[in-house]
Design a protein around this ligand. Sequence first.
Ligand code: COA
Ligand code: UVW
Length: 332
Amino acid sequence: MAFLDKVIEVAKKDLQTIVLPESYDPRTIEATHKVLKQGIAKIILVGNKEEIMANAGSFDISGASFIDPETFEDMNQMAAALADLRKSKGMTPEEAKGILLKSELFFGVMLVKMGYANGMVAGAANSTANVLRPALQILKTAPGTKLVSAAFFMEVPNCEYGEDGIFIFGDCALNPNPNSEELAHIAISSAATFKSIVKAEPKVSILSFSTKGSANHADVDKVVEATKIAKELAPELSLDGELQFDASIIPSVAQKKAPDSAVAGKANVIIFPDLDAGNIGYKLVQRLAKANAYGPLCQGLAMPVNDLSRGCFADDIVGTVALTALQAQMQK
Ligand SMILES: CC(C)(COP(=O)(O)OP(=O)(O)OC[C@H]1O[C@@H](n2cnc3c(N)ncnc32)[C@H](O)[C@@H]1OP(=O)(O)O)[C@@H](O)C(=O)NCCC(=O)NCCS
Ligand SMILES: CC(=O)OP(=O)(O)O
């Protein structure tokens, strides 16, 4: 069974409510139609019901719920709650109400925070920074987590590497220039995300342009140190670095470059040394290898909010909604 079919099967067993704030985006409407038709999740669309329905064309979204910030009966309560959450930054209830009326993203995250929805997916129309900022500010990190990071599930067609072509790539969306400690946390969170969704053993490779001392540079030192920290923090994990990408996934190259590594040649969790590498790397695989890229999924947030690429297709939104529903099920 394909990766997403398995995710959808689990999502259907305990329906979660996912808010999609970008109801003016045609791919979001198409995705809503598909999610409802397949029974993957309940959907809340943010905005005026008549306007949204009028723009839906042939897509049947009548099974969705609609919440319009302009007429939302609990707006004052929501504004007070947001102001309270941001009182250390000096936000007043009036300012909070203004933000909630202006930003569908802040409104959507508050619907999650207040329990109207179990998770949110956005980013088809808004930049990652704009989607993640309200989530970081309002929901904050999950207990026991220091750093939120963002990873993609990559489903590569006709690929014998990774977990039969399934990989997790992190961080591809959030932390621009992680230090060694942050990189170690990204690796550990990505392994946990992989295990919780794929139900297979994560084999984590922290990438570099060097394999086991083949090059000397401060950037390599950062990855070596990150590997050391991650091994100390999570000794039970199958994790190694610094490894080049070919040595990470291809057994014959691993045999030549890192014969003593238990991970080289078998990695299914791929950790990039910085966001340049991660964001460029996932888009290369998505566009040139025609891989499905689901996410970026946030790891370490207190409640599930996930981003999309503005270049996404409706089916990517469907996949990310299903994955968000699984995260919500697991957080119950
Ligand atoms: C996500 C991002 C906007 C956060 O930026 P920022 O400048 O730290 O934003 P803010 O200062 O408003 O931070 C918001 C809050 O989140 C917290 N935060 C920021 N990054 C965090 C992280 N990785 N983990 C946990 N908390 C984080 C901050 O501490 C802050 O908390 P506070 O407001 O309660 O004090 C920024 O890291 C970013 O732009 N990343 C790149 C996104 C991108 O363009 N990706 C490429 C395309 S996918
Ligand atoms: C994740 C990502 O790269 O998002 P966007 O393409 O919208 O910048």
